[in-house]
Design a protein around this ligand. Structure first.
Ligand SMILES: CC(C)[C@H](C(=O)O)[C@@H](O)C(=O)O
Ligand code: SF4
Length: 470
């Protein structure tokens, strides 16, 4: 009787090293410009090569400028060097690369599944924490450090310490106006940013079954913000369709074998989880963070909390510091807080369904005076799809900036940086101090909620917007 997680580990264990560690085979190794340079340098120092270049792929994601011009030139010398290093290294080792000016370039976690690279049952590694995203398709993905990137390049394996099994079961129906983003923010708020530390989480239940694949990406992407070492959803017919539509290389014979294998990718009835949590999706309301950790989050009708004298000293300190940083008054309503910036994008919420959800709110409305709002699609493919559907025209017509794809203001490693004190409604995944710019204040929320903030200039429950007439 095994959990899905243990099945994936066991089927990829090249060797058992001891009771806690295995040598894990990696089916797909993704790389970005930021965490790969030292790994390649180490590889070259030791005179090693890359034995399986076809099982590696690289994407320029983080440092890339997104201003809306055709040709993208990286002006910052250090960033330009990272991009040119990645190109040189990929050429040298014959590793496929989505380079700066590739029309399909984007955020690594948006690009990889678009091309059918992510398949159920795979182990996928990347020097990036949001690799947990791929659990949405039944693949075990997680982030690794730069020295591990080097190890994977050289051997296509990783020395891996086993995690514990957590089951998060979510039944019930998400109410209208709420999304997977609200659900995962609620879960993180309840179990805390450390709540899944040391665990791989398997999500299941009727609410999960009802989610689109893109919504499942959002959920698994943010599981790492609860400390999870991986997130999984057993692949169902919807996940399998999603993969097959994007993997034309699978011929009929392979397809039958693949389908038979994928059907086994679920936790056995009676498999034991170390911890189980249960939630009711029917209770979900739009959520917004108020602090500087994703678990400092409240329903939009919540009041900014004060320091709880009953909490431990560390929590008291971090609450006080978060309140200082976000400049919110204890006891004030979160709703109504003015924002100066809105950012719609990232590997959490930069996919086509996210842009459609934001567009549905924006249609017939305009960006509020004094607000700067931008949409940064997660990839070139998302961008052209949104343009073909008329979403780009809708956004620009309403006063949004329509940008080129990349990580952008999710972590401000390019030139999309907010000024000190600017408050931003953001569809990203981390509200850490300084993440969107020194002194900039981030409120995490869903695309619909961010769009509502853009058109009203404040944090607001999207469900309370007056209908648009005419
Ligand atoms: C730059 C990269 C290493 C980092 C990560 O690991 O997640 C980034 O993508 C982030 O979201 O903070
Ligand atoms: S979009 Fe944000 S979270 Fe995702 S990989 Fe880029 S920086 Fe990291």
């Amino acid at each position: 009787m095994k959990t899905l997680y243990r099945k994936l580990v066991d089927s990829h264990a090249v060797a058992v090293l001891d009771a806690q560690n295995v040598l894990l085979f990696c089916d797909l190794h993704l790389m970005n410009e930021y965490t790969s340079p030292q790994a390649f340098a180490g590889l070259h120092e030791q005179g090693r090569g890359v034995p399986l270049p076809g099982q590696n792929v690289a994407v320029v994601s983080h440092i890339i400028p997104t201003h809306p011009v055709m040709k993208r030139v990286i002006n910052d010398p250090a960033s330009a060097l990272q991009a040119s290093n990645l190109k040189r290294n990929c050429e040298r080792h014959r590793i496929p690369l989505f380079d700066t000016n590739d029309v399909l370039q984007g955020i690594e976690h948006v690009v990889a599944p678009e091309h059918g690279m992510v398949r159920p049952g795979m182990v996928i590694l990347c020097g990036d924490s949001h690799t947990t995203t791929y659990g949405a398709l039944g693949a075990l993905g997680f982030g690794i450090g730069t020295s591990e990137v080097e190890h994977v390049l050289a051997t296509q394996t990783l020395v891996y310490r086993l995690a514990q099994d957590m089951h998060i079961r979510i039944d019930g129906q998400l109410p209208p106006g709420t999304t997977a983003k609200d659900l995962i923010l609620m879960v993180i708020g309840r179990i805390s940013a450390q709540g899944a530390r040391g665990f791989v989480v398997e999500f299941s239940g009727s609410a999960i079954d009802a989610l689109s694949i893109e919504a499942r990406f959002t959920l698994c992407n943010m599981a790492v913000e609860a400390g999870a070492r991986g997130a999984l959803i057993a692949p169902d017919a919807r996940a399998i369709d999603h993969v097959l539509q994007r993997a034309p290389d699978i011929d009929t014979a392979e397809r039958d074998m693949a389908l038979a294998h994928w059907a086994t990718l679920r936790s056995d009835a009676g498999a034991r989880f170390d911890v189980t949590h249960r939630f009711n999706a029917g209770e979900v309301v739009p959520h917004v963070t108020w602090g500087t950790s994703p678990d400092q989050v409240l329903p939009i009708d919540g009041l900014v909390p004060g320091v709880d004298p009953a909490s431990d000293a560390a929590t008291q300190r971090s609450t006080a510091q978060a309140l200082r940083y976000t400049r919110l008054a204890v006891g004030a309503a979160l709703a109504g807080t003015p924002v100066q910036h809105v950012f719609i994008g990232s590997c959490t919420n930069g996919r086509i369904e996210d842009l459609r959800a934001a567009a549905d709110v924006v249609r017939g409305r305009r960006v509020a005076a004094g607000v700067r709002a931008m949409v940064v699609p997660g990839s070139g493919a998302v961008k052209s799809q949104a343009e073909a559907e008329g979403l780009a025209a809708l956004f620009t017509g309403a006063g949004f900036e329509w940008r080129q794809p990349g990580c952008s203001m999710c972590l401000a490693m390019n030139d999309d940086v907010l000024a000190d004190g600017v408050r931003c409604a953001s569809t990203t995944n981390r509200n850490f101090e300084g993440r969107q710019g020194r002194g900039a204040i981030t409120h995490l929320m869903s695309p619909a909620m961010a769009a509502a903030a853009a058109v009203t200039g404040r944090l607001i429950d999207v469900r309370s917007l007056e209908p648009v007439h005419g």
